[in-house]
Design a protein around this ligand. Structure first.
Ligand code: E4P
Length: 219
């Protein structure tokens, strides 16, 4: 189960890279716009912070021929980049070509199981189903994710399922239980998921009990 941070915040990525549980980062145009500065520099810095990880970087062009060229240019920025291309039928032919060129792809803005099926048939590395944007309009995003994961399993596709647009710790937990290959999390959701008041209480109790012994040297 891979865990990615859904952000372009370089400081947060640096902080968490040291901790050993993060497998990569997913950026998108909104994250890069929020991060500020030169997006090429930001992307290169993220790639160098997590050299062994997978860093997703999205195209910003619209016309298929421009998306194709930009995808090649983005892939050339670092060896650990996955290029994000939106899941639209106008891009099928260029996705096929990029796969043939061995450019690693993460197909974004996936909202239906049949969209994901077509991407798996094209042989992409990842599909990113957007859970939260369905939940936002009162449609069960986790049910959609479950169906996509099921399709990959029953037909034995090598395409990995990356749960995206995760808004809550509950979405994270459900994605893990479904057996997705990866999940990308806003830093706030990730950090919240690590907490338990019982752990804090337990540490305080052990420390208090230990102090009662009055021992100054151990071991
Ligand atoms: C990541 O790959 C997606 O771009 C991101 O999860 C979208 O999240 P949002 O729906 O909260 O914008």
């Amino acid at each position: 189960m891979k865990i990615f941070l859904d952000t372009a915040d370089v400081q947060k990525i640096k902080d968490w890279a040291k901790m050993g549980v993060i497998n990569g980062v997913t950026t998108n145009p909104s994250h890069l716009a929020r991060a500020g500065g030169d997006p090429t520099k930001v992307v290169k810095e993220i790639c160098s912070i997590l050299k062994g990880g997978e860093i997703s970087v999205e195209v910003t062009k619209d016309e298929p021929k421009d998306v194709y060229k930009q995808a090649q240019e983005i892939a050339d920025l670092a060896p650990n980049i996955l290029v994000k291309v939106p899941c639209h039928k106008k891009y099928y032919a260029i996705i096929k070509q990029l796969v043939a060129e061995k450019i690693k792809l993460n197909i974004t803005l996936v909202f239906t199981p049949l969209q994901a099926l077509m991407m798996a048939k094209l042989g992409v590395d990842y599909v990113s189903p957007f859970v939260g944007r369905w939940n936002d309009i009162d449609v069960d995003g986790i049910a959609m994710l479950e169906e996509i994961n099921h399709i990959m399993e029953i037909y034995g596709f090598k395409t990995q399922v990356l749960a995206a647009s995760i808004r809550t710790v509950r979405d994270f937990h459900d994605s893990v239980m479904i057996g997705c290959d990866a999940v990308t999390l806003p830093v706030s959701v990730f950090e919240k998921s690590l907490e338990s008041p019982l752990t804090d209480k337990g540490i305080a109790k052990f420390n208090a009990d230990w102090k009662k012994l009055g021992i100054t040297k151990f071991p």
